[in-house]
Write a protein that binds this ligand. Structure first.
Ligand code: PSU
Ligand code: MN
Length: 302
């Protein structure tokens, strides 16, 4: 029998019905370089606490599914970097059975969050339909997970390493609500605007909470994607980032990078090409998402 292990903080929050925010760990191992990845993971947890909720960073440690990590466990994943297995739905059985460490993606984190009874999850960006996905069928398992698992994911939208239009079409087909928080457009991660209009805009957290309750209380299972644009002062110029992403995609193509390696490769390449400027933006948008998620978790708990 495989049981979830809770950190003392999360166990306390669960026992006292306190608002909890799930946080992913692939962003630590595969999304940012050491030591910024570790510092950011600690900072994100601090922001959730300051806002009044309880952080639950999720990962697999020695085959144990953990909801809430210790500082030491966060360090293990941060130092190990891409040598840790990146765990989406299909990877879970191997990592659990072989008692490995695993860093959970958006999909992997949603699975454990739902099992732990946590409804609100903050991340940076989700996976989606890759460019040319209509030919390669490279569609992140995050999208299928959003269709089936009842967790609200707060992200800064979808990076233009992906095809934003196809990603929105896919989500619509799978019945996944996509809500813009104080925006009319799907945010494009490093920049606020993508040119892709959303059907639903929500301007306050109380309404977000009511809409989530309406969905789940009516038995409409599955996730929700909430797009929270990066704060203006940290946003990058669209033309600059578009150019760099184009360059990163060319390099990935030349090197023949495929499968689960492609997203981490592109993230690292973009960071390298912007000399860390994109990383600074990335950190700020994650903190911004953690703040919104904590506020939403508190409203949702009322
Ligand atoms: N996008 C980011 N940072 C990330 C990821 C995506 O800006 O760290 C990670 C997330 O964990 C996401 C995963 O769930 O990559 C998607 O990978 P794939 O495309 O292989 O499904
Ligand atoms: Mn993929």
């Amino acid at each position: 029998m495989i049981n979830i292990a809770y950190s003392p903080e999360v166990a306390y929050a669960k026992a006292h019905n306190k608002p909890i925010v799930a946080l992913e760990s692939t962003i630590i191992s595969h999304g940012m370089p050491f030591p910024k990845n570790m510092e950011t993971a600690y900072q994100v947890e601090a922001v959730v606490r300051e806002t009044g909720a309880y952080p639950a960073t999720i990962a697999i440690i020695d085959g144990v599914p953990k909801v809430g990590l210790t500082e030491k466990e966060i360090r293990i994943l941060a130092e190990a970097g891409t040598s840790v297995t990146k765990v989406s739905r299909r990877d879970l059985p191997v990592v659990l059975a072989e008692k490995q460490h695993g860093a959970t993606t958006v999909a992997g984190t949603m699975i454990l969050a739902e099992k732990a009874g946590i409804r609100i999850f903050a991340t940076g960006g989700i996976g989606g339909v890759h460019r040319d996905g209509q030919n390669t069928l490279d569609i992140s398992a995050d999208l299928q997970e959003l269709a089936r698992t009842s967790v609200a994911v707060i992200s800064a939208g979808v990076k233009s390493i992906l095809d934003l239009g196809l990603t929105l079409e896919y989500l619509e087909t799978m019945g996944v609500p996509v809500w813009g928080y104080q925006t009319n457009e799907l945010p494009a991660f490093f920049t606020r605007d993508s040119g892709f209009r959303l059907d639903y805009r929500v301007d306050d957290v109380a309404t977000l909470a009511q809409m989530l309750k309406a969905k789940w209380e009516f038995g409409l299972d599955g996730g929700v994607l909430i797009g929270n644009p990066v704060p203006r002062i940290h946003s990058m110029p669209k033309s600059e980032i578009d150019q760099i992403i184009a360059q990163a995609l060319v390099e990935a193509g030349k090197k023949g990078i495929k499968g689960k390696e492609i997203t981490p490769f592109l993230l690292a390449k973009v960071n390298e090409l912007t000399q860390g400027k994109s990383l600074a933006t990335n950190i700020e948008l994650v903190l911004n998402n953690a703040r919104l998620a904590a506020n939403l978790a508190m409203k949702y708990a009322l």
